[in-house]
Each structure stands twice: as C-alpha cells, then as structure tokens.
Design a protein around this ligand. Structure first.
Ligand code: LUZ
Ligand code: MOS
Length: 764
C-alpha cells in the first residue's frame, strides 16, 4: 500500500524533539526511585536494614516487601513471584528494596546503603545443574506423531548430537525500562510506562496496590525499542514505580541506568537440545526426536509459552513423517528469562537446521537441495496437526537462487577457497517458516477507538504499542485507505487503558494484524454512517437519488460512482453528519478465529498462518585469527500484500541483523555464582554498521495469500529474525573448507571469532 507519509515520528526523531517516557508531563515535585537489588543468586533473607538510607537528607522513604498493601505476587500463574521478596533471594539482580528521593543520584546512593543480611544457599545456575536436580516448571511437554522408534530402525542414516545454545541474548533496547507515576486525586494513579503491555502494567500495579483496575491508568506514547523485553517484565517496573508513588504519595520516576537494566532484566532463554535425526540415502527426512531444555530462570515468567513455541518450530519448514519433541522449562537461580523476538522459535529451529547441514555433508548433497526436497508441500500436517495451507518455499527458493545467482556463487566460493590459503569463504542457507499468533488463543484480540471531529480530522486509538516498528503508521494507513482520506488527516493517539482497555501485549508479531483489523472494524462502522449521510446530502443538495452501494470514498472526496462529477469534500460531509446528529465515534473489535489448540493431546492450530521466506549469506573468515566478515545476504520474504513496503523492509533488515548478532557475536554467559559476564555494551558486543553486508538484498514477494491478515497483509516482526542464522551456517561451511580429515565440526553458538578459531584448531 502506498502512503503519503513515510514515518509518523520521522521528523521528530531526526530533529531530536520526539519525547519518551519521563520526558514530558514532568511535575515540579517529581521524586526519583533507586533500586537495591541482590548480588547473590540464592539466599535466605535474615533482615533488611534501611535506617542509614532513610536518614539521608533528601530521602523520602525506603520501601521493602512488607510495605506492599496488596497481593505480593506478579506471576501469570504456575508460581508465586513476589514484586519484592520477603524471605528468599532467588537470583542476582532481584529487586529487594526501593528508595524514593529528591534526585536520582541520591536515590542510588541511598539504595547502596541498604544493608541486606542473608544466609547464602547453593544456587542452580546452569541447565546441566537443573537437569541433574530435575528442577522443572510444570509438566513436561511432548508433541509426537508417527512411530519414531520404527523409523530409526528402518532409516539409512541416523545422527545424534547435543546442541548448546546456552548463551542468552540481551534485548538492548535503546530506551531502558522506565515508568513515571502521577497520583490522581481519587486515590488512583496514572502510569506513563515504557511497556509493550498496558494491560499487564495496569493489572500488576492494581494487584500490588490492592486497587481496582479502573483506578490505574496506563499511558504509552512510544518506546525506544522493546524486542520482547517489555512484554511481561515492563510490568514489574511499572508496579515498583506504582508502589513507590503509593507509599510516598508523590509523583515518581523510576528509570533504570543501562547496567542496572542489563543485570536485573530477563533475556532470551538459553537452551540445550539433544536431537536424533533419521534420513534416507535419497535425502528424505524420516524422523526427528529432540529434547529441549530451556533455562527459565528463577520465576516462570513467559517460559512455558516460549518453550511451547520452540516445540512448535522444531520441524521448521520440513515435513517429517515421525516426530517426538519433548520440552522442559527449567527453574534456576538466574534472572527470569523472558520474551525476545522469535520467542523460542530460533531455539527450536536451529538444532534441526544443524542436523540437516550435517546430513547434507554425509550424503554429499547440496545443502540447498536437501532442504528443498523436504519442504512442506501444501496441505501437509505439522507434528501438532496444523495444516500447512500455503507452503510456497520451493517457488520462493527458486527466486532466491535466481536473485543470488546461487550456482555461480557456489562456483566462485570454490574457486576463491582454492586460490586463497588463509582467507576462506562459506555459504549459509536458511528458510523461514514462522507461526503467527499468540499461542495462548485468547490473547489474539484487539480493539480500537476512532473519533472524527467536526473539522474532519481523525483521532485514532488502538491497542498496539509504537516501539519503532511503525505500527501506528500501518494502522493509520488501514483507516485512511478505508475512508479514502490522506493519512495526514489522522492523529494516532497514545495507547491508553481508558481509551483501549484489555489490550493484549504488542507481541507475537500480531500488533498490526489484530489492532489493524479492529481499527478497520471501527472505521467501517463510521463509513457506513457517513455513506447514509452522503446519500441524504446528495438528495438534499443535488436532488440526486443514490444507491448506497454506489457511494465511494476516494482521494478525500465522497461521490456516487454513476455521477462522478458531483463530489463532497470529506470535511464537508463530516460537518453535515454532525449537524444531522450522526454519531462520529466508533469502537472496533477483532479476534482471530480458528486458533484452537488442545493441550491435553497437543494437537490443533496454534497459529493463524505461517510467514515463509529464505536467506543466503556469504561469509569470509581469516583462518589464522578467526575473524570474519559477512559479505553478502539475499533474502526473499513472503509479505503477501504489505501494508507498507518500506516499513516492512526496515523490519526485515533489522530482524536479520539481530538474528545475525545472536548466532555470531552476542555472547552472554553466567559465571558459577550466577553473575553475567557482560553487563554493559562495552563487553556485550552487538552488530554495528560495520557488520552489515555490502550486498544486502531483500525481495518482498508481492503475491496475495489467502493465509494473511488485515487487508491481505502478513506479520513481519519476528519471522525474519530466523534469516540471521544463515550467518552461523556460512561460518560453519567456511570452516568446513579446511576440513581435510572430514571431521565433525564443533562450532559453538554463538560463533564468536574465538569460537571459529577453536573450531578450526580442532580440525587439525
Ligand atoms: N507472547 C506470548 C509472545 O505471550 N505468546 C506468544 O505466543 C508469543 N509469541 C511471540 C512473541 N511473544
Ligand atoms: Mo515479543 S518476543 O513478540 O514481545
């Protein structure tokens, strides 16, 4: 869809005038919150000494667990997660006490002077510890089909391995976690929060403060990024800030500095996976059996949903006649791990892709061809019985081959590797088949509220959170398109619980789908009323008898298509409608039908549809140092009818780079005491502009798909993250070019330069 506006906040961002949480509505008597958090992984609390901190001039109060007026549990279920613990410390970074003070420096200083006395206990840190202790949340998940043992007996080849994806990944949103709270005069509170979920922030705060939900208003203008890190966990900081405001009865700002944010907030889940994979001489896959262990951390958070998404993606884009996938969410004493773009999908997909890469080597098959040979074809069923309705991977891969000149590229790489002794190249290939929807069915609902004012301008509120992905622009364009007006007529309002209640988190790539459909629904109601008004107007002013179905809204004008010379300006019609007592406000609602999944048998359709695509990357490594450079990346992506091609392309670029960082340079591990070894961007390395490939081509295949959502568009947030994994496989294959003895390559995940060098050394 074409739009007259490129980016709703573009001008504000580039001129530095856009405002984020804590940068507007600041009261003159604002107080600041300091956090005392645990520096030990597991302990019994003996006492918390707050006197020294309390007595500092400028400190308003110190808050601990017993000051919480409501229910001290912020968990969605399954466990009890105290906002501030009373008896037990469960992880390094757990908030233990708050300080409310006149400025941030003072608040932080006072927080440091809070003395926590504790008795240290032995923590569980690693997945291996958790497995040895059978420390699991909830029941084990098993999804199976066919006869796995029979298949292993009959297959030509069976391979087995253990895959350690035990590094976490930090969301590293530019804007850290923050919430500002203003007390209202009726005992309620207004929270300006950097959250992906106004509802979670509202619910958690209400519960903690023992207030009804309608006394808590949450308002969000925009976030400086989130990537899942603010899906559930932003609610924790909102509730802490709410508590600070409640106890102090002052307006407060809680805003984490970068290091505190990195220590105290959850990451992408580390996984450990055992797989057993069977295939035949002809390259056909026969069976996949894996056990997935996810490091959930000290509280369950979203770990169960993340584990389930990993199980749902273990087949990835391929049909397996026999499958058994088992999943365990492990309880450990590290920061509760949480949502991160992909949400377990990448951890389900990667081991299967690695097994396939190994199978290709054993069979001496082209890694592209073995993949294509096993892609789902239309109407085959996944291991959980969902029908794959519109699989087009093979067609897409033909385009990918064409775009990348794959056969030539392979020749060039072979030649390059023959001619260069120390610099080697490798190609990495990966498809993407990503399920779109919240797997918790009820979350797939959205709503919107539209007002058309008397002057013909439009106010649009919807349940989505703007976090840089331009969900606001996409949804505004849906409404503009429906009403036949320019986007510049529409102001997209802040996300506010008073205008849009019960909003689902903006997550699971569903922001535009569910809220865009809700906005479309509201806009259609208004259009219907305005069509009636236009009919009346044409009769009154032009003695024209129009049929309802002939009235069109186009280019800011309303007219009868059989009498196109008579046109009404949009603003004129709106004013006419108002004068004729026609309601110019509408609420819209939408839920995704058909998401039915039976968790007693683990069968059903947890997704509305899949997004497909493919990626090829070319990597160059220096075998003496392990350093590497990504040279080329080609992506084909199934966007159906994109709502905005430039915005979607931006999402694909960004997701690729984030996935590439995850599998190559972003290393985040714990020491034996449960401390992160990297707690700031100086030690946690993410891709920069220098890591972007010189050739970086994205082909968005513009074919209308039945399996799609609002105005035939498809979600774009998470699916392209998977493309980034092609970087790892390109490294793997570059390393394989010096594998004279045909050994098994052990390349760590993430494949840092050090890991690359070790993998090369191990081949000698
Ligand atoms: N959040 C959630 C998600 O609650 N359920 C999901 O299925 C999901 N998927 C991706 C990202 N966030
Ligand atoms: Mo997300 S991982 O869709 O917040």
């Amino acid at each position: 869809m074409k739009s007259d506006v490129k980016h709703l906040s573009g001008l504000l961002h580039v001129t530095g005038t856009s405002r984020f949480t804590g940068e507007e509505h600041l009261p003159s008597n604002l107080y600041f919150v300091g956090i005392k958090y645990s520096n030990i992984a597991k302990a019994k609390i003996i006492g918390i000494e707050t006197k020294i901190a309390e007595n500092i001039k400028g400190v308003k109060c110190v808050i601990i667990a017993k000051d919480i007026p409501g229910i001290n549990n912020i968990s969605h279920g399954l466990d009890i997660q105290p906002l501030l613990p009373e008896n037990n410390i469960e992880y390094v970074g757990q908030p233990l006490a708050l300080v409310v003070a006149e400025n941030q420096e003072l608040a932080d200083k006072a927080a440091n002077l809070i003395d926590v006395k504790y008795e240290e206990l032995k923590p569980i840190i690693t997945l291996d510890d958790a497995i040895a202790n059978e420390s699991y949340y909830d029941a084990v998940r098993i999804i199976e089909k066919g006869n796995i043992e029979e298949a292993f007996k009959n297959a030509d080849f069976v391979i087995e391995d253990i895959v350690e994806m035990t590094s976490a990944q930090e969301q590293l949103y530019l804007e850290t976690q923050r919430t500002m709270v203003i007390p209202d005069d009726d005992g309620g509170f207004t929270l300006y929060s950097s959250t992906q979920s106004t509802t979670d922030a509202q619910k958690m705060t209400a519960k903690i403060l023992n207030l009804p939900q309608n006394k808590i208003t949450v308002d969000v203008k925009r976030l400086g990024g989130a990537f899942g890190g603010k899906e559930f966990q932003a609610g924790i900081w909102a509730a802490l800030a709410g508590l600070a405001s409640y106890i102090s009865q002052e307006p407060v700002l809680l805003s984490l500095d970068r290091i505190t944010d990195m220590i105290t907030t959850g990451k992408r889940h580390p996984f450990k996976i055992n797989y057993k994979f069977a295939f035949n001489k002809n390259g056909k896959f026969q069976a996949l059996k894996s056990e997935l262990y996810a490091n959930g951390g000290a509280f369950v958070d979203l770990s169960i949903a993340i584990l389930e998404r990993a199980l749902f993606h273990s087949d990835h884009a391929y049909f397996f006649p026999n499958v058994k996938i088992t999943g365990y969410a492990c309880k450990t004493n590290v920061v509760p791990n949480t949502a991160f773009r992909g949400f377990g999908g990448p951890q389900g997909i990667f081991p299967t892709e690695l097994a396939i890469e190994r199978a290709a080597k054993i069979l001496k098959m082209d890694p592209m061809e073995i993949r294509i040979k096993n892609f789902y074809t239309e109407n085959q069923k996944t291991h959980y019985d969902m029908i794959v309705k519109e699989a087009v991977d093979e067609e897409m891969f033909n385009i990918l081959k064409e775009n990348s000149q794959y056969l030539q590229l392979k020749e060039d790489v072979k030649k390059f590797n023959e001619e260069n002794e120390f610099i080697k190249q490798g190609i990495g290939i990966i498809p993407s088949k990503f399920g779109v929807s919240f797997t918790a069915g009820f979350l797939n609902q959205g709503s919107a509220l539209i007002w058309i004012y008397g002057d013909g301008t439009i106010s649009l509120s919807h349940g989505g959170i703007e976090m840089g992905q331009q969900v606001n622009l996409k949804i505004a364009s849906v409404v503009a398109n429906n009403l036949g007006v320019n986007i510049s007529r529409i102001r997209v309002e802040t996300a506010n619980t008073k205008r849009v209640g019960n909003a689902s988190p903006t997550a699971a790539s569903t922001g535009s789908d569910i809220n865009g459909n809700a906005a479309l629904n509201a806009s259609m109601k208004l259009k219907k009323r305005l069509t009636e008004a236009a009919k009346k107007y044409l009769k009154e002013n032009h003695q024209q008898d129009s049929k309802i179905e002939n009235i069109l809204f186009k280019d800011e004008k309303i007219f009868d298509k059989t009498v196109p010379e008579i046109k009404i300006n949009f603003a004129v019609l709106v004013n006419y409608a108002y004068m004729n007592t026609i309601d110019l406000g509408a609420h819209g609602y939408y839920y995704t039908e058909g998401i039915i999944f039976d968790r007693t048998v683990w069968k059903g359709s947890p997704f509305n549809y899949f997004v497909y695509g493919g990626c090829i990357s070319l990597m160059e490594i220096d075998i003496l140092t392990g350093e590497y450079q990504l040279k080329k990346t080609y992506i084909v992506h199934d966007s159906s009818k994109s709502l905005n091609e430039e915005i979607d392309k931006g999402q694909i670029y960004g997701a690729f780079v984030q996935g590439y960082g995850y599998c190559t340079m972003e290393e985040l591990v714990y020491d034996e005491k449960g401390n992160f070894k990297a707690i700031s961007p100086s030690t946690y390395k993410v891709p920069t502009i220098y890591d972007i490939p010189k050739t970086f081509e994205i082909d968005m295949i513009d074919i209308e798909r039945d399996e799609s959502s609002v105005l035939k568009s498809k979600a774009v947030g998470e699916p392209p993250f998977i493309y980034g994994l092609s970087g790892w496989f390109a490294l793997y294959n570059a390393i394989d070019s010096v594998n004279q003895k045909n050994k098994k390559i052990s390349l760590k995940f993430p494949a840092t330069p050090e890991a690359v060098l070790i993998a090369i050394e191990n081949l000698k």
